[in-house]
Design a protein around this ligand. Structure first.
Ligand code: MOS
Length: 722
């Protein structure tokens, strides 16, 4: 079992996160937020704040720090604060106070008086449905609607009408926030060479590019450093408001500036997951064969329409073999904080709806839900000719059913004393993607190697993957590899998002390793070198020829080189024209509902996953069990409640419920391991996000099995089960 290389630093508090950096002369910033959901700022009286003790600067739309909105290929435009007087949601950043201490900045911020010209606010998805719009193209360039019909079928409604068995229902999911343990924060320092920013994010090179664009400065003079990130999950893909403001204020004040959001501010001054409403209609033959699938989705978004939660595309587009498929995706702009990527965007809420509906169909057909899923297992996404590169979902179902004791399940649950006990299951899928990545490998004369890429490890275990794949590619033990990431000075590693890290960086490592070993061979046989003129080979960290062997360190010393380096790059390419790629899984859970109190408790969970080759089993297991716990959280705990005036009612970790140890029983994760070298040379597909997919439906399906009550929204609360 390989433990995380950064584990000891993290658990002993020695890992330095962004806000842990301190500099002489550092000032502290505090972000001021709006207290209305919609309107225009008429005036901001900052007189009292400016004369408060220790205050160095008060910035507002009337006296702004100059910032430009950056754009990136994956995320599109990123909003920057203080550039206009429009307020479009409660808790929007509208000011920034910088003082000698954090307390002085916070106290002065309380003295800022804001007057608004208010406009009516629309803050509820239900109320906004009437003003729904077709979704704009998403990051995956999906159209707002899509229809695949069998020959001779005129419409999805005809296909449904012709189906012997039909179920149709509407499902809703709550607004969520990533609520990462490390609140968004930054320390910005300007020096003779430019700007250095220490701030947790999902890709240091992307952060450097964002800041350079925002500050209208040269990219080469911006250095982003993020060796440790206290959770991101999509919520740190964009550069944060504290990072923009700290960097701009540090330039104006010519002092290092630290800014961090409070826990409460994180819920509005960043971005979260949309609420969704989804209607699904399934038509089937009595034997369970799906004839038609219609999935219409509505998601909330902010008035800037910053993100589409692609529930229809994320699930129904690819999950089941069906002759007739119609999906649509609409957005509902509201006066709420921006929406963005959050762990399995699309698939997490989408799978709650689809996998609940499939369970409802199984009940209507009086069929085992695993049997129903096996019957509709697809060899390629409907409407696409490209077959899955490697799909062992059927094995996940069978192995999971055997390990979980599914055969003992009764269609009406069972009782255990005062507890009603039910079993539920669901499918999990998440697309296998990779992004462009570049890695540099350096072989050093002390027989160690450095594997470096800019990237980020927001808890995913990527740092450890660099050492493991690096060691394998160089044929040396992982202890002799120093992995480095989280620094924009390293070659561009792209974004730690979309469950891509291992596939992207791993492939680049293999290419870089092949290059550096070629260079080593050339060096070994060069004139004057120990293997001059010989054909050398390489194994076990050694150069070999003519019955002689030297470690690469010995060789480098012999030719007077402290080190040699090579970079390797990889990007998705030709494989995309040959196959479809996804990771797969089967989620199982047992839920107990108390006969009298009606509390629902998950008592057992099992996930069986098919994610290609597993590089680090311990980290993979922890990613997946963490994801499954996240699914339980979505099912039974999490939801941001937004009041009619736009104020979140539970913007803290007391009111925004998350599962604690007592809510989570033993979680079992099992792999069926089939390396997928059609996807990338490493053979690993993504597994960061799939753990959460399907879990909320598995819980709801188990609740139904236990109680006979079908709850079509999450989170499920006691009142739903009375
Ligand atoms: Mo991913 S939405 O960056 O966890």
């Amino acid at each position: 079992m390989t433990s995380r290389v950064d584990g000891p630093l993290k658990v002993t508090g020695r890992a330095k996160y962004g806000a842990d950096n301190n500099f002489a002369g550092m000032a502290y910033g505090y972000v001021v937020l709006s207290t209305i959901a919609h309107g225009e700022i008429e005036a901001m009286d900052v007189t009292a704040a400016k004369s408060a003790p220790g205050v160095l600067g008060v910035y507002s739309p009337f006296d702004p720090l100059e910032l430009r909105a950056p754009t990136s290929p994956i995320l599109g435009a990123t909003w920057v604060p203080l550039q206009d007087k429009e307020v479009t949601y409660y808790g929007q950043p509208i000011g920034f106070v910088v003082a000698e201490t954090f307390e002085q900045a916070r106290d002065a911020a309380m003295l800022v008086e804001v007057s608004y010209h208010r406009r009516p606010a629309l803050t509820s998805l239900r109320d906004g449905l009437a003003s729904a719009e077709d979704a704009p193209p998403t990051a995956r360039q999906e159209p707002a609607s899509l229809e695949v019909l069998a020959p001779g079928v005129e419409s999805i409604e005809d296909a449904l009408a012709a189906s012997p068995v039909v179920v149709e229902a509407t499902y809703t999911t709550a607004t969520q926030n990533h609520a990462a343990m490390e609140p968004h924060s930054a320390v910005a320092v300007w020096g003779p060479d430019g700007l250095t920013v220490y701030s947790g994010n999902q890709g240091s090179d992307l952060q450097a590019a964002d800041l350079a664009a925002a500050l209208d400065t040269d990219l080469s003079s911006v250095h982003a450093v993020n060796p440790f990130v206290g959770g991101a999950f999509g919520g740190k893909g964009r550069t944060s408001v504290p990072a923009f403001l700290a960097a701009a204020a540090a330039r104006v004040l010519d002092r290092p500036v630290k800014a961090a959001l409070t826990r409460e501010q994180v819920f509005t001054a960043t971005a979260g997951r949309a609420a969704t409403v989804q209607t699904i209609a399934l038509g089937a033959d009595p034997d369970g064969t799906l004839i038609a699938l219609r999935h219409d989705s509505w998601c909330s978004t902010d008035t800037g329409r910053s993100f589409v939660e692609p529930t229809s595309h994320g699930t129904s587009r690819e999950w089941y073999a069906t002759q007739n498929l119609a999906i649509s995706q609409k957005v509902v702009p509201l006066n709420v904080p921006p929406t963005t990527f959050m762990r399995a965007p699309g698939e997490a809420p989408g799978s709650f709806a689809l996998e609940s509906a499939i369970d409802e169909l199984a009940v209507a057909l009086d069929m085992d839900p695993i049997e129903l899923r096996l019957r509709n297992n697809s060899t390629a996404p409907p409407g696409k000719d490209l077959q899955w590169s490697s799909k062992h979902l059927d094995e996940c179902f069978r192995v999971g059913a055997a390990r979980f004791g599914w055969a003992n399940r009764s269609p009406r649950g069972r009782t255990d004393g005062d507890w009603l006990v039910g079993l539920g299951m669901a499918t999990a899928m998440f697309p296998a993607l990779r992004f462009p990545a570049t890695v540099e490998i350096t072989l050093r004369e002390d027989d160690t190697a450095v594997v470096a890429t800019s990237g980020a490890d927001p808890g995913t275990g990527l740092l450890t993957v660099l050492s493991l794949v690096g060691a394998e590619s160089l044929d040396i033990p992982p202890e002799r590899v120093t992995p480095r990431l989280g620094d924009s000075a390293f070659p561009p590693g792209g974004m730690s998002g979309g469950s891509t890290g291992t596939a992207s960086a791993g492939t680049a490592i293999m290419i870089a390793a092949a290059k550096v070993l070629d260079d080593l061979a050339a060096l070994a046989s060069s004139p004057g070198a120990p293997f001059e003129g010989m054909e050398v080979s390489y194994a076990d960290g050694r150069v070999l020829a003519g019955g002689r062997a030297m470690t690469f360190g010995e060789l480098l010393r012999a030719v007077d080189h402290a080190s040699i380096s090579a970079t390797g790059s990889s990007a998705p390419g030709e494989e995309l024209t040959k196959h479809s790629f996804s990771s797969f899984g089967a989620q199982f859970c047992e839920v107990r509902v108390h006969r009298w109190t009606r509390e629902a408790r998950v008592s057992r969970m099992l996930g069986v996953f098919d994610a290609g080759r597993i590089i680090n089993e311990k980290a993979a297991r922890s990613q997946l069990s963490g994801g499954m716990i996240w699914g339980v959280s979505a099912a039974l705990h999490e939801g941001l409640e937004i009041e009619a005036n736009g104020r979140p009612a539970n913007a803290d970790l007391a009111g925004y419920l998350l599962p604690v140890n007592a809510d989570i029983p033993d979680v079992e994760v099992h792999f069926v391991e089939y390396p997928d070298t059609l996807h990338n040379a490493v053979g690993a597909r993504g597994l960061g996000e799939i753990g959460t997919v399907g879990m909320a439906a598995a819980v709801a399906n188990a609740v139904h099995n236990a109680t006979g009550i079908r709850v079509r929204h999450i989170p499920i609360v006691i009142e739903d089960l009375l």
